[in-house]
Design a protein. Structure first.
Length: 294
């Protein structure tokens, strides 16, 4: 006799949660990366956690420069650079300058699955603090009287500098960027803030055309921030070119080479401005004249 069948739904597992995520685990034996909860559950930017997980999954020796990471992620170089700085401050990323056996200095990047130093986290993140309701925030004791004067907006806000105090050539370079890329439109305050960095490049004998090419090359398709932020990042992170070599001291003029002549006495070759006798013959003739005079 066959076993009885029932069309009723099976009861849910008593231990399964009624809300939230339910994990369906698969035991992996290859192509996986072990990541600590302190990193996976790190508070802050999701880009920072994503960059960290991607770097941990790469084999040793893979380039992890900003350019290489921007080729993999859709985020721009500003967000990628910010993520690397956060990981370095937290103790996951370390950059060392090491001297090779050839004498060259290279920058090596070390990435730790457990943060080193004091910047790392000691465990999973803490739950967020509950926010106060607006009604509770506005409740103040009746007997409490504030003696501090509330600063006015004009006191806290400094008057922005004007273009009249900025380098005119640097401002001209910044305002001409929109001719190359129409998205690079800057306000007056942004131009004043970026002008000192451009003036520093101009003082280093960098041509305006080279500065324009540097600031407009390989821009992302979509800006996640103001164009001034991208320009400020490139001016700050790009190293200044090496100064031109000092001019060499002028080479002293060599003395003129005297021509060869044949001695009239011994017929040997000697150098002299005019033909005649060599030094030995002149000394011998002078000795003969002295003896004859004595």
């Amino acid at each position: 006799m066959a076993d009885p069948q029932s069309n009723a739904r099976l009861r849910a597992d008593a231990g399964a949660p009624t809300t939230g995520v339910i994990h369906v685990r698969t035991r992996l034996t290859a192509d996986f990366t072990v990541i600590s909860n302190a990193l996976a559950q790190r508070r802050g930017s999701a880009v920072t956690v994503g960059v960290a997980v991607y770097i941990l999954s790469l084999p040793t020796g893979t380039p992890v420069t900003i350019t290489a990471l921007c080729e993999h992620f859709t985020e721009g170089e500003i967000l990628i650079s910010r993520a690397l700085r956060e990981l370095e401050a937290a103790g996951y990323l370390e950059r060392r300058r090491e001297r090779l056996s050839t004498g060259q200095i290279r920058t090596r990047t070390y990435f730790y699955d457990v943060p080193c130093g004091d910047g790392g986290l000691s465990g999973p993140p803490k739950p967020p603090r509950p926010r106060k309701s607006p009604a509770a925030a506005n409740l103040t004791p009746a007997s409490t009287t504030s003696t501090e004067a509330t600063p006015t907006p004009t006191q806290d806000r400094q008057k922005p500098a004007s273009l009249s105090g900025a380098d005119p050539q640097a401002v001209a370079v910044l305002t001409s960027l929109r001719r190359v890329d129409p998205r690079l439109v800057l306000s007056e305050q942004e131009a004043v803030r970026l002008a000192p960095a451009v003036a520093q490049w101009l003082a280093a004998d960098v041509a305006p055309s080279q500065i324009t090419a540097l600031l407009t090359a390989r821009l992302p398709d979509h800006f996640l921030t103001r164009p001034a932020g991208i320009l400020a990042f490139r001016l700050r992170e790009t190293p200044l070119p090496a100064p031109p070599p000092a001019p060499r001291p002028p080479i002293a003029d060599r003395p003129a080479v005297l021509p060869f002549h044949t001695c009239d006495g011994c017929e040997r070759a000697f150098r002299a401005p005019e033909p005649g006798h060599c030094r030995e013959c002149r000394d011998r003739l002078a000795g003969d004249l002295l003896r004859a005079a004595g």
